[in-house]
Write a protein that binds this ligand. Structure first.
Ligand code: SF4
Length: 309
């Protein structure tokens, strides 16, 4: 049954043709290709999108029931002559245009600022709203954690003249299917190619992959040397462990030789924090673990391991 629901959702998404405001923050070249093909969303990404869409609807329906006169939902706006979209919700009392985004707990924790493509989307809804009503709303992007219902709210500035010009130019390029110009401004963010359904036929992605491979070939000598060193290190460590294990069985007091000092540490019992029990305690007392997490910046790194041969 669940599979059927997901399949029907997938079909609906694939049949959504054309470019709308919600596409505009993404790669212009991808938006050109998408005009001729059905959108492919599969696996986890499809499931995530389905969960977000279902929750989205439930959220809005409930808010409308709670405040029947206060909100307008899913109204169409048009920018740049014929680029259409539907904003999520407008709060008439507070003059706020909302856009909701749903994220699982893991992803939610790392959101520190609004994503560029969501910012563009909401700014264009704001622009369309102004063109329709002749006054500017406050723009709010709300991220909701699908595990705990916590939210993070960001006020998005109304687009500047330069931004409006930029978005308009991009739309014109996409609409005209001007691949040459689109290539000069694609992708909008580096991560897009990895998730793009056109990565196997797009020159930009193919060139990027080729360059990555070339970089590795250029450094082949270094890589071989690194493999040798890692191999030696592994052999040395294994030998070291063997000798230490042997000594552990013999040495029962401190020993000093010309080259080494060996300190004997007698067996003992020490106290350690039972992290699992602490987590359970926090949850049992009605708290969520989220507020005890801090955001840490993780630098790019490499995990290099020797292949077993
Ligand atoms: S592979 Fe990258 S550059 Fe090419 S269309 Fe997709 S996102 Fe754009």
């Amino acid at each position: 049954m669940t599979k059927e629901v997901l399949l029907s959702f997938e079909k609906e998404q694939k049949n959504r043709a054309g470019i709308s405001i919600s596409n505009m923050g993404y790669c212009p070249l991808q938006n050109i290709y998408l005009q001729g093909e059905k959108k492919q969303i599969e696996g986890e990404a499809l499931a995530r999108m389905a969960i977000g869409t279902f929750l989205h609807k439930e959220f809005q329906d409930r808010l409308i029931k709670l405040y029947p006169k206060r909100f307008e939902i899913e109204q169409e706006v048009i920018v740049f002559g014929d680029l259409r979209g539907h904003y999520d919700m407008y709060d008439k009392g507070a003059n706020i245009l909302f856009d909701w985004k749903f994220f699982n707990d893991r992803a939610f924790r790392f959101i520190a600022e609004p994503h560029y493509h969501y910012k563009v989307q909401l700014q264009l809804y704001g622009l369309g709203f102004f063109e329709k009503n002749n006054f500017k709303p406050l723009l709010k992007l709300v991220y909701v954690n699908t595990t705990s219902f916590q939210e993070k709210e960001f006020v998005i500035p109304y687009p500047t003249e330069e931004e409006i010009e930029k978005y308009k130019k991009i739309y014109e390029i996409v609409k005209a299917k001007d691949i040459k110009q689109a290539k000069e401004i694609s992708p909008q963010a580096e991560w897009e190619c990895s998730y793009c359904q056109f990565k196997n036929k797009c020159d930009i992605a193919i060139e990027k992959t080729k360059k990555n491979k070339e970089n590795i070939i250029l450094d082949e000598i270094k890589i071989r040397r690194l493999a040798e060193l890692l191999k030696q290190k592994k052999e040395i460590e294994e030998e070291e462990e063997e000798i230490k294990a042997e000594l552990k069985g013999i040495v029962k007091s401190d020993v000093e030789t010309d080259e080494l000092k060996i300190k004997y540490i007698a067996p003992s019992v020490r106290k350690e924090l039972d992290k699992k029990a602490v987590e359970n305690f926090i949850i049992q007392h009605g708290e969520t673990l989220d507020k005890f997490y801090i955001q840490k910046e993780i630098q790019a790194s490499l995990r290099i391991t020797l292949k077993e041969v």
